[in-house]
Design a protein around this ligand. Structure first.
Ligand SMILES: [Zn+2]
Length: 331
């Protein structure tokens, strides 16, 4: 299991927790807000381990009974709240796992820690059930609500929690992590880092995908020929990519990288700062057939497409609109 040294980026959040532990000023309720894959669970697990470490130091010792239990996932006073249904965390689940449990004193540790992944899935009723606990928590209680959308909380819940926002990880830190810990070469590390836009989990997912080369090649093949393709061909080509186990939005991100590269080629007329270096000549050609406004329009359309696909709109229609925008802007 991880330690503080395994957390890449998020120095401000780590510092916050370490100094709270050192000063003995740990709060009862935190919201850890950041997109999926950014490292919320890892960080929560490390913080929980350090809070419970028998040494009382801000850094967990890794040797005491509590640390060993935490590492094997059997620390009885670190409770990971679960939910049955994929899209909701019900009032019953909050009651049985938190509200009705929290008054029982810690089994063996100083704190009783509840970690709630996907807490944005709490229904308003579930949040209201939690509210009383947040208003008058037992002194030993620490509740960590992990979420990718802080806007889903009722203002009454929000106002009783310390909100810590995860910022994107710096590109250089990410490249360094991928090269050192996953032994990927620099070219691949750069590609995955640019793809991930500050989200380490996403970079790792692509870097360790056994289909990395195919994904990259397929995307390039599509993007090279997009201006000359018919609609049905394009839709089929994108659908074919579904055979790899990435999200469909991941391909949108690769497409966005492509067009950001073209924008860079148009500005600098050099392959130095681009990700798809080997495609420089194709990019130069596409760059000469489009305007700055056109490229901006394409990149905006890709952003919108991603939002639409995340909202589960019809794939073909959303894709069609986007590809029309591309074709209109690359003549
Ligand atoms: Zn320890």
């Amino acid at each position: 299991m991880a330690n503080y040294s395994d957390i890449i980026g998020h120095e401000d959040i780590v510092r916050h927790f370490k100094s709270s532990i050192e000063l003995g000023k740990v709060s009862h309720a935190y919201i850890l807000n950041g997109e999926k894959g950014v490292g919320k669970k890892t960080l929560a697990a490390v913080v929980a381990k350090s809070l419970q470490c028998e040494t009382g130091e801000p850094d967990p010792c890794g040797k005491c009974h509590s640390c060993l239990q935490a590492e094997s996932g059997n620390q009885p006073d670190i409770i990971w709240v679960t939910h049955e249904k994929a899209n909701t965390l019900s009032v019953e689940e909050v009651r049985t796992q938190i509200v009705n449990d929290i008054d029982l004193k810690p089994y063996s540790s100083r704190y009783k820690i509840y970690i709630v992944p996907d807490s944005q899935l709490m229904t308003p009723q579930a949040q209201n059930a939690l509210l009383k606990t947040l208003e008058e928590p037992p002194e030993y209680a620490v509740i960590m609500l992990l979420t990718n959308n802080v806007d889903k909380f009722l203002p009454t819940v929000l106002s009783r929690c310390i909100v810590l926002n995860f910022k994107p990880v710096e590109p250089l830190d990410m490249i360094d992590y991928l090269m050192t810990n996953l032994q990927v070469d620099q070219d691949k590390a750069r590609f995955c880092t640019d793809f991930a836009q500050g989200n380490l989990g996403k970079a790792v997912r692509l870097a360790i995908s056994p289909d990395y080369n195919e994904i990259r090649e397929d995307s390039i093949r599509l993007l090279r020929s997009i201006p000359d393709m018919e609609m049905e061909d394009i839709i089929q080509a994108v659908k074919n990519m579904g055979k790899y186990k990435l999200d469909i939005t991941d391909y949108i991100d690769i497409m966005t990288m492509w067009f950001r590269d073209i924008l860079m080629v148009k500005i600098s007329n050099s392959p130095n700062k681009i990700i798809f270096k080997k495609e420089f000549s194709v990019m130069k050609k596409q760059a000469s057939h489009t305007s700055y406004e056109g490229l901006e329009e394409i990149i905006t359309a890709l952003d919108k497409l991603k939002v639409r696909l995340e909202a589960n709109v019809n794939f073909d229609i959303a894709m069609e609109l986007m590809l029309l925008t591309i074709k209109e802007n690359i003549q």
